[in-house]
Design a binder for this molecule. Sequence first.
Ligand code: ADP
Ligand code: MG
Length: 253
Amino acid sequence: MRNSNVFFKDVLGEIKKIEKIPEQGCTSEVSMIVTGDGTYILKSAFKEKYREWLKLEAEVLESLYFQRPIPVPRFYGFTEEEHASHLLMSFEEGITLTAALRNAGTNQEKRRLIRSFGLFIFQLHNQEPVFKTDSDWLETQLKRARKYAESGQADGSLELLEQLIANKPEHVKQTMIHGDCTTDNVLVVDGEVRIFIDVAGMTLGDPRYDEALAIRKFRHNPELVSAFYEGYTRHRVTDDEFRYFEKGLYEFF
Ligand SMILES: Nc1ncnc2c1ncn2[C@@H]1O[C@H](COP(=O)(O)OP(=O)(O)O)[C@@H](O)[C@H]1O
Ligand SMILES: [Mg+2]
């Protein structure tokens, strides 16, 4: 980590404080850096698969730097060393939706948070595409899934993968998606979901994947599911579609 600070020295200037943040994800190590004129987040990855993802995340953030309709952290730099990659971005206020739901005192507060999550994803899916692609998102994901399964980097088996290839859901229009749209990967400010983080998978893709991952934690609570769909009013995944994405494709990522 000390090395990466050298790489980012021109951006950061004198560092006053650097510390690992309490809430860590599963693919990276995240630190907060305080300098004379700002607060930053340094996200570092060490495993090959996660270094690739971090690079994608850097590319997404960089290309969204001047396009602000989609709320994401600001990109400040990306660097690759022999055994690690590092992404420097803006520190954003807020707590993850997972933490906000855990802290919520009442059911009503939970419903409000989840409605706001639904609306936030609705806005992303209705957004003019910012990235262009000619390829079919699901095809690309299935190819990546095979690569991970064959190299022992996935929970999903090759048998499951064959089932997913043979039983693709009916095609829907591709939209902007987050690509790992769980309650861990959005931040809440003042009781509302305000910003996407962990955006390596943000691209033009299948909106049902976001929808399935978004509702996975409260799928069996009808009250919370209906709160979600008060905000997310464009589509409802069927049980089969939910299974395909959440119990199927997600096993490889
Ligand atoms: N730009 C940011 N501003 C503030 N906190 C952040 C930022 N990026 C990440 N975090 C914090 O770090 C945690 C892990 O980050 P995340 O990008 O989700 O990593 P992972 O890919 O390992 O899941 C998040 O839950 C959040 O608490
Ligand atoms: Mg995450």
